[in-house]
Design a binder for this molecule. Structure first.
Ligand SMILES: [Zn+2]
Length: 251
């Protein structure tokens, strides 16, 4: 019997009445779970098997799946579902973990980061992107790809007239090093200083960081690309939904 806290990242219907879940657990990392009967309208497992649901689980191990023996809800993060922005950003966080974490590799720091970020997301009324950007920077750092921002990652130059962000070098490069990576993207001083601030700020203190919407979106673009580069993916589906949504509103 395996007892651990876990957060449901994804549910997939299986046959008529069951679900296959991807759950990010504190002790075992990301695991695949067969929730038999969880798709029945009267199943006692409904609340424990929806995305965002945070539970204390007891699993048993089968051949290709884990099975739920017991689930006690800690938080359903119901307030995330109340608001369209929260839902979209929330699903993005789940997708990010689901697509980038390898199976059964525990990382308690990432579990706690996810739990805390979902909790804050369910409470805040605006500035969602600030929370997402701070999450992304901490997440990629905990994964082992902390962006190097102190000086040029290639030559150590601290007095460049400008900087670019290089995905393959994992940090900023100076104007002398631009020719060594043509795919690097130019970043303004505001983008650079905001990145540093969001990397080190506590998630509870993001309101104090002054940043324009433009700069924030740019930081998000840079970091999203950097994450995709490192996990070898092209895009996140849930973010496309967000971009479409924005487009519709803007029109
Ligand atoms: Zn350099």
């Amino acid at each position: 019997m395996l007892k651990t806290e876990g957060i449901v990242l994804r549910e997939t219907k299986y046959q008529e009445t069951s679900k296959i879940l991807s759950i990010y657990t504190k002790k075992m990392g990301k695991i695949s779970v067969m929730a038999k009967g969880a798709n029945r309208p009267k199943s006692t497992l409904i609340a424990n098997t929806q995305p965002f649901s945070y539970n204390e689980y007891q699993f048993s191990q089968g051949k290709s799946f884990y099975y739920i023996n017991q689930a006690d809800i800690i938080d359903s993060f119901y307030d995330i579902r109340e608001n369209m922005d929260r839902v979209i950003y929330g699903f993005y966080l789940l997708e990010l973990i689901e697509k980038s974490m390898p199976d059964e590799e525990p990382n308690e720091k990432i579990f706690l980061l996810l739990e805390k970020t979902l909790r804050l997301l369910s409470q805040i009324e605006d500035n969602y992107l600030k929370l997402i950007v701070a999450f992304e920077l901490k997440y990629i750092s905990f994964l082992g790809y902390k962006p190097y921002l102190e000086e040029c990652v290639m030559c150590g130059n601290k007095e460049s007239s400008g900087y670019k962000f290089s995905n393959n070098q994992g940090g900023i490069i100076c104007n002398y090093c631009y020719p060594k990576d043509f795919s690097a993207k130019l970043i303004s001083k505001e983008v650079y200083t905001s990145m540093v601030k969001f990397m080190y700020a506590r998630l509870e203190d993001l309101d104090h960081i002054e940043v324009s919407e433009d700069t924030l979106c740019r930081v998000h673009d840079i970091i999203e690309n950097y994450i995709l580069y490192n996990i070898d993916r092209k895009e996140f589906n849930s973010l496309n939904m967000f971009k479409l949504n924005k487009l519709n509103i803007d029109e």
